[in-house]
Design a protein around this ligand. Structure first.
Ligand SMILES: [Zn+2]
Length: 1065
C-alpha cells in the first residue's frame, strides 16, 4: 500500500472523491444514482383541511409540474404521481425520489408506508430493491404535503405522505398513458403526498424514478467514516494516519466506472474497521429517537400526522434492520396514532412486542418540568403509565424529558411513586452561564428520593451517527472516571422522521474500531442497567435542575398560565365533590370517563412548548379552547356533584327564608367574607365559617369581630385596616406602609413603596418568547403615569376597597382594586391590564423590611429556597425564577409573602420581592399576550415562620374560592368529610380510585418540611384503608388501623402519601 506523502492533499483528494459539488462527473458521489426518468404524470388536489386518505382519493386531481408552487400556509396538497419503470432497469434497485420543502407520506393499500422529508434526509421511497421482469413496472403515486414552520422557523419545510390503494390502482392503470417504453403488464402503486405550504409556496424540486447504486452507497459510507477519522482524530494521531492511508489507497484502486473494482476498495476499509479496541474503551448505547413536539410551530392536529409520518418510517427501517431500537415517549402521541392510523398502530404494537419500538417516559406528554402542579405531574404519570400498561403490558421504567426547560426538585419523589428510578434528559447542556458538572449522577429531590440520572454527553437528542458525535460523547463526558457507558440518541426529530439507514450503516462500521468508542445499538434498560452497575462512585445533585435559559417561559402567554392554574383547581374541585357525592350516595355515578377526558386535555396543554408559551398563535387558540371546554364541562359536573351531595339541602321547604349553601373543597376550616346573591339580583357580603372539605348552610351571617375601616387623608392617600393588618396607600396605589397591628411590625422599609409597577425592555438574543436576559434588569422604568388617582370604592365593614388606574408604557393601561376583607391577613390586588406593548416586561415589586439571604418559593407538593444575592454565577444566573402560589422572604420571627392566583415568574433580590406579570414577545406568536388580562395577587405580612402563619393555607384559599349555592332549605348542621390534625399536612386530592369504583384515593403531603404524625379524620363510611403508590397500586400488604381519631399517618419532610379508602357499600 502506497502511503500518502502529504496529509492535507491526501485528505482533500478523498474529500473531492466524495464531493457533492466538485468533480461529480468523475468522482464516486456522481455515480450514486444511475438512470433517471420523470414521472408519467403528476396531478394534485389542494385543501385547507387535514382529510383522511379515503376522502382525499375521491377528489378531482388537476395537472401539476415539478417546479410548481403550492400554498398558502397550512393548506394541504395531495399529489397523484404516475410512474413507469423502463424495462431496461430489470435487476436494479429503483427509488422514487421526491424532493421538496416539507414532509409527506406514501401510502399503499390505504395504509401509510413511508414518510418523506428533505430535512430529515428521507427523499427516497424504495420501489424495489431488485426489479424483476415479472414485477409490475407502472406505478401511481399519491402524495399530500403541507407547509410547516420547523425549528428556526424562517424557512419552509414540506412533509410528504403517500398512500396506495387498490381502487386507485385499478383506475390509474386503466387511465394511464401507455407507450412502448413500458412493460406489457403495468401495475400502479398509487402514492398520495400531502403538502402544506408555509409562508412562501414550496415547490417540488425533484420527482423522478432513479436507479440506485447500492454498491456505490456502501463505498461512500466507508470513505466518509475514514475521512472523518482522519480529520477528527488529528494528524498527530496514529489512527488518523492509518484511516487516511486506507482511504487514499481506496481511491487508487477504485475505478468509478467499473463496479468490479469496488470490493477491493471495501476490503481496505473493512480492515481498518475490524481493528478492535482495548478493554478500557467507552461504550456508547445508541438508540433511535425522534423528538416530536406535541405542538409548537404547528398545531396539535399536524402533530398527529407528524407522528404517523415519522413512525411509519421507523417501522420500515426496522423491517430492514432487525437490530434497530427506537425510544418513543408521550402516551398522547401513541393514542393519536392508535385512533387515526390503526393499521400503522398494529405494526407498532408488533415491534413493541419484539422490544424494538420502546415506549419510554411514562407520562402523557413530555410536559413542562416547572409549572404543572404536583397533582398534575402525578396525573401525567398516572395517565401515561396506565396507557402503556393497558396497551403494551408494561409500565415505563425511565422518565424521559430531554427537551424541557428545567426540572422541579419534587420530580424524583413523583418518579419513584410511579415505578421509575431512572431519568434521562439533556436540556441543562443549554445553560447560558454555568456548565452542569455531571452527565451521570444521582438526583435527589426535596424529600430525599434519589433517581439515577443521565444526560447523553453529546448534548443532543438528535444525533446522526457520525464520528464527530461519537468523539464528542466521549470527550464531553464529565463523569469519565466514574462510568464508562453513555446514551446516544440518533434520528431527526419534529417531522424529520427519526433515524435513517445511513446512520445505522455508519454505526455498524464503528461498532468496535480502535480509536473510536464502542457503539452498540442498545435500549434504555441496557444503558441504565450498565450505569447502575457502575454507580458506586457517582455524585449526587440535590435540589432542582434549574435551566439557566428560557426563564421568560414562566410568564409568556399569560392566558395559558391562567387557564392551567384555573383548570387544575376546577378538576380538583370536581373530583372532591364527586368523590364525596359517590361516598354519600351509591346511586351517584362518578364521572370517571369525562374527568379522564378533561384531565387529558389539561395534561396535553402542559406540553413543553404550550404551557411555557413558546408556541404559535394556532396552538394558543387550541389551548384556550381546551381550557374553555374544561371550564364548561367542569362547571356542569360540579353542579351535578353538588346536587347529589346536598340534595336534601337544596330542596326548598315552604316557609324557610333564603339561605346559602357554602361548600369548601379545601381540607381546613375557613372563615371568609363571601358575596351572596340576594333578592332582585343584589349581592350582599357575609362572613361565613365553613368546615374542612364540607359545607355549611348560612342563614344568619357571622358578626365581624372587627370591621374594615377605610379612611382618606388630606394628601389623597388612603389608610385601610381590619384589626389584623393596616395599610397606607399613596395616590398611585403604592403601599407606603403595611403593618401587623398586634405587633406594630412594619413591612415596608422607610422611604420605599411596595406594589410598585416597573416596566423593562425585554429584547432577548434569540428565543423571543422563551428568554429574558440578565441585562433587561438594567432598563427598569418605574410606572408613574397616573390616569385615575386612588379613590375609595367600598367604605368598609366586611370589606373595604380602593381603586386607581395607571398608564403603562405608551398605550397600555392598568386598573387595580385593592381589597381588604374582615379577618383576612392579606391585602388583595385585583388587577386589570389592557396590554399593547412590544418587547416589554411588566413586573410588580414589593420591597420589604426583611433581611435574609434566602427566599422561599412554593413548588409541587412543597417548597424550596433560592438565594437573594448574586454572589456566584450559580446565584445570579437565577435572576428570574419560578414559583407556584406563593413566595416568601422571612427572617427569624417575621416575614412577608406574595401570593398569586395565576402567575409563575418571580424573583427575590436583596429585600425586593417581584412578581412577573406580563411579557410582549413577538415570536413565534406575533400577537402573544396582547389584549385584556385579569389576575390577582396578594401581600401577607406575618409573625413567626410562614409555616406557622398559615401562608400555605392562605395561598390555597386565594386560589380556591368557596362555592355558594342559594337555597331555601331547613336549617342543617355543617358537615365535614375530611380533616387533618396537623397544619403541616395538606390533603391535596380526593378522587375515585381508577380501577375500583366504590373506593376513594386520597393524597396528602407534608408541606412544612417537617417530620410529623398526622391523623386523617373522615365522616365517610370507610371500611378499609391501604397505602398505595401514585399509580394507586397497594404498597405492602398492611392495612392501616382505623382508630377513633382517624388514620394515623407518619410523614417525613415533603413526603407524599396516597391512600386507597374502600367504602362500605
Ligand atoms: Zn421539544
Amino acid at each position: 500500500m502506497a502511503a500518502p506523502k502529504h496529509w492535507r492533499t491526501a485528505l482533500e483528494r478523498v474529500e473531492k472523491f466524495l464531493s457533492e459539488t466538485y468533480f461529480t462527473d468523475c468522482n464516486l458521489r456522481g455515480r450514486l444514482f444511475g438512470d433517471r426518468c420523470p414521472p408519467a404524470s403528476l396531478s394534485y388536489f389542494q385543501t385547507p383541511r387535514r382529510i383522511p386518505y379515503d376522502e382525499a382519493v375521491r377528489q378531482e386531481f388537476k395537472l401539476a409540474q415539478v417546479g410548481d408552487s403550492f400554498g398558502p400556509t397550512w393548506e394541504t396538497c395531495w399529489f397523484k404521481v404516475e410512474l413507469s419503470i423502463p424495462p431496461a432497469w430489470a435487476g436494479r434497485e429503483v427509488h422514487f425520489v421526491w424532493e421538496s420543502d416539507g414532509e409527506g407520506m406514501v401510502w399503499r393499500d390505504a395504509q401509510p408506508v413511508q414518510g418523506l422529508t428533505k430535512e430529515g434526509e428521507k427523499t427516497s421511497y424504495i420501489l424495489t430493491s431488485s426489479m424483476k421482469e415479472t414485477e409490475p413496472h407502472r406505478w401511481v403515486v399519491w402524495g399530500a404535503w403541507h407547509c410547516l414552520k420547523p425549528r428556526g422557523w424562517d424557512h419552509t419545510s414540506l412533509s410528504v405522505s403517500w398512500s396506495s390503494e387498490k381502487l386507485f390502482r385499478d383506475s390509474a392503470c386503466s387511465s394511464g398513458p401507455t407507450t412502448g417504453r413500458r412493460m406489457d403488464f403495468p401495475i400502479c402503486l398509487p402514492v398520495i403526498c400531502c403538502l402544506m405550504v408555509c409562508c412562501w409556496s414550496p415547490q417540488p424540486h425533484t420527482a423522478e424514478l432513479v436507479v440506485f447504486n447500492r454498491d456505490v452507497y456502501e463505498l461512500l459510507v466507508d470513505l466518509e467514516i475514514l475521512l472523518d477519522m482522519a480529520q477528527l482524530l488529528g494528524e498527530e494521531n496514529q489512527r488518523s494516519s492509518q484511516a487516511l492511508c486506507a482511504a487514499n489507497q481506496m481511491v487508487n484502486v477504485c475505478d468509478v466506472t467499473d463496479p468490479s473494482t469496488f470490493p477491493a476498495a471495501r476490503a481496505l476499509a473493512a480492515a481498518i474497521f475490524s481493528q478492535r479496541n482495548g478493554e478500557s474503551q467507552h461504550s456508547i448505547h445508541a438508540m433511535g429517537h425522534c423528538h416530536i413536539d406535541s405542538a409548537w410551530l404547528w398545531p396539535y392536529e399536524e402533530t398527529i400526522r407528524k407522528c404517523a409520518r415519522s413512525w411509519v418510517t421507523v417501522v420500515r427501517l426496522m423491517e430492514r434492520n432487525p437490530e434497530l431500537t427506537f425510544a418513543c415517549s408521550q402516551a398522547q402521541q401513541f393514542e393519536w396514532v392508535r385512533s387515526w392510523y390503526p393499521g400503522l398502530y398494529e405494526q407498532i404494537q408488533d415491534f413493541v412486542a419484539k422490544g424494538q419500538f420502546i415506549p419510554v417516559g411514562g407520562t402523557w406528554v413530555e410536559m413542562d418540568g416547572n409549572l404543572p402542579s404536583g397533582e398534575s405531574m402525578v396525573r401525567q404519570f398516572l395517565q401515561g403509565q396506565r396507557f402503556f400498561q393497558q396497551q403494551f403490558g408494561r409500565v415505563c421504567s425511565e422518565f424521559w424529558l430531554p427537551d424541557t426547560f428545567g426540572y422541579s426538585a419534587q420530580l424524583p419523589q413523583l418518579m419513584q411513586g410511579c415505578g421509575i428510578r431512572r431519568f434521562l434528559t439533556q436540556k441543562l447542556s443549554w445553560n447560558l452561564v454555568n456548565s452542569f458538572p455531571h452527565h451521570t449522577f444521582f438526583w435527589e429531590g426535596i424529600d430525599g428520593s434519589r433517581v439515577l440520572t443521565h444526560f447523553p454527553p453529546g448534548d443532543s437528542y438528535g444525533m446522526h451517527g457520525r464520528v464527530e458525535e461519537m468523539l464528542k460523547t466521549v470527550k464531553n463526558n464529565k463523569d469519565k472516571g466514574r462510568v464508562n457507558h453513555s446514551a446516544f440518541l440518533f434520528g431527526f426529530g419534529d417531522g424529520g422522521g427519526g433515524p435513517t439507514q445511513k446512520m445505522l450503516d455508519r454505526m455498524k462500521r464503528m461498532s468496535d474500531t480502535d480509536g473510536l468508542p464502542r457503539v452498540q445499538i442498545s435500549t434504555p434498560d441496557q444503558l441504565f442497567s450498565a450505569l447502575e452497575k457502575e454507580s458506586s462512585q457517582l455524585y449526587t445533585w440535590v435540589g432542582e435542575l434549574f435551566l439557566e435559559l428560557h426563564n421568560g417561559t414562566y410568564t409568556s402567554q399569560a392566558q395559558i398560565k391562567k387557564g392551567n392554574r384555573e383548570c387544575e383547581r376546577i378538576l380538583h374541585d370536581v373530583e372532591v365533590l364527586s368523590a364525596l357525592a359517590m361516598a354519600q350516595d351509591c346511586g351517584f355515578q362518578y364521572p370517571a370517563s369525562q374527568l379522564q377526558r378533561l384531565w387529558r386535555l389539561l395534561l396535553l396543554n402542559q406540553f413543553h412548548d404550550v404551557l411555557p408559551g413558546s408556541c404559535i398563535q394556532l396552538v394558543v387558540e387550541d389551548a384556550l379552547e381546551y381550557y374553555a371546554e374544561i371550564r364548561r364541562v367542569g362547571a356542569g359536573l360540579q353542579q351535578e356533584a353538588v346536587q347529589s351531595l346536598c340534595r336534601e339541602l337544596l330542596e326548598p321547604e315552604a316557609g324557610n327564608a333564603g339561605s346559602t349553601l357554602v361548600l369548601n373543597t379545601l381540607p381546613w376550616e375557613r372563615t371568609e367574607v363571601i358575596s351572596r346573591a340576594g333578592a332582585a339580583g343584589t349581592e350582599t357580603l357575609v362572613l361565613v365559617t365553613v368546615p374542612s372539605m364540607g359545607y355549611a348552610v348560612v342563614r344568619e351571617p357571622l358578626l365581624s369581630p372587627q370591621p374594615v375601616v377605610v379612611r382618606k387623608r388630606e394628601d389623597g392617600s388612603i389608610a385601610m385596616e381590619n384589626g389584623v393588618i393596616a395599610a397606607c396607600l399613596d395616590v398611585m396605589g403604592r403601599l407606603t406602609s403595611l403593618q401587623l397591628l398586634d405587633s406594630q411590625r412594619e413591612s415596608v422599609p422607610d422611604g420605599c413603596c411596595a406594589n410598585q409597577f416597573a416596566l423593562f425592555d425585554d429584547v432577548p438574543l434569540y428565543w423571543d418568547a422563551w428568554d429574558v436576559m440578565d441585562y433587561y434588569l438594567e432598563t427598569r422604568k418605574p410606572v408613574t403615569t397616573l390616569l385615575k388617582p386612588l379613590e375609595i370604592t367600598l367604605a368598609g365593614g366586611l370589606r373595604g376597597s380602593v381603586s386607581f388606574s395607571l398608564q403603562i408604557g405608551k398605550s397600555s393601561t392598568l386598573t387595580q382594586e385593592i381589597i381588604l376583607d374582615a379577618t383576612c391577613p392579606y391585602l388583595r390586588f385585583l388587577t386589570q391590564v389592557e396590554w399593547k406593548e412590544a418587547h416589554k416586561f411588566l413586573k410588580v415589586e414589593f420591597p420589604v423590611q426583611v433581611r435574609s439571604t434566602n427566599a422561599t418559593y412554593e413548588i409541587q407538593f412543597g417548597h424550596l429556597q433560592r438565594p437573594t444575592h448574586w454572589n456566584t454565577s450559580w446565584d445570579w444566573a437565577r435572576f428570574e425564577v419560578w414559583a407556584h402560589k406563593w413566595l416568601d422572604l422571612s427572617e427569624h420571627g417575621f416575614g412577608v409573602t406574595l401570593l398569586n392566583d395565576c402567575k409563575y415568574g418571580a424573583s427575590a433580590h436583596g429585600n425586593i420581592l417581584s412578581l412577573s406579570l406580563l411579557r410582549a414577545p413577538k415570536s413565534p406568536d406575533a400577537t402573544a399576550d396582547m389584549g385584556h388580562h385579569q389576575f390577582t395577587y396578594a401581600v401577607m405580612p406575618h409573625l413567626g415562620s410562614f409555616q406557622d402563619a398559615g401562608v400555605i393555607q392562605h395561598a390555597y384559599s386565594l386560589n380556591c374560592p368557596l362555592h355558594t349555592v342559594p337555597t331555601r332549605s331547613a336549617p342543617s348542621p355543617p358537615w365535614s368529610a375530611f380533616s387533618v390534625s396537623s397544619p403541616a399536612v395538606v390533603l391535596e386530592t380526593v378522587k375515585q380510585a381508577e380501577d375500583r369504583p366504590g373506593a376513594i384515593v386520597v393524597r396528602l403531603y407534608e408541606a412544612h418540611g417537617s417530620t410529623v404524625i398526622a391523623w386523617l379524620q373522615t365522616s365517610l363510611p370507610v371500611e378499609e384503608a391501604i397505602l398505595c403508590d401514585l399509580l394507586e397500586r397497594p404498597v405492602g400488604a398492611e392495612r392501616l388501623q382505623l382508630e377513633q381519631q382517624g388514620l394515623r399517618l407518619s410523614f417525613t419532610p415533603f413526603r407524599v402519601l396516597s391512600l386507597l379508602l374502600i367504602l362500605r357499600q
